[in-house]
Design a protein around this ligand. Sequence first.
Ligand SMILES: O=C(O)[C@@H](S)Cc1ccc(I)cc1
Length: 173
Amino acid sequence: EEQKQFRNIFRQIAGDDMEINAEELRNVLNNVVKKHKDLRSEGFELESCRSMIALMDTDGSGKINFDEFRHLWDKIKSWQKIFKRYDTDHSGTINSYEMRNAVNDAGFRLNNQLYDIITMRYADKNMNIDFDSFICCFVRLDAMFRAFHAFDKDGDGIIKLNVLEWLQLTLYA
Ligand SMILES: O=C(O)[C@@H](S)Cc1ccc(I)cc1
């Protein structure tokens, strides 16, 4: 039943082509964020939604289909719970220290340099990360780990890419 309901929601968002583009994704994300008083966000930017589409667009259609959207939605649902758990002062943002714990809680294993890079890339001047920046960071982390493991066929933690494969990975992201 829930699956059917979700498919109806998807159909409303996606329209006739049954694929969700960046504008449609931005509309649905911003409509849901508005309902959550405990999620501070100036709203998802179109560019962030283009990025999330690229990162989740496994069939290379330039948009996301029902399965790709469902995966993205399930991830956002679980990550928003983590965001709320670590937003201990209920400011609607999380600081760089709380972000470390949130990243760990989501199962990503990084090093200190990468935590600093995340803060530099996603935090505001007060070192706080708002909800849309948080989600964009996690979508990118998740997609980049998945891409690496897809290339790491023998699981030895080393991948070999030529420059065009590297550009395919880093440009459409
Ligand atoms: O669907 C909801 O409103 C809750 S349960 C999860 C959620 C929260 C924020 C976003 I953006 C997307 C989904």
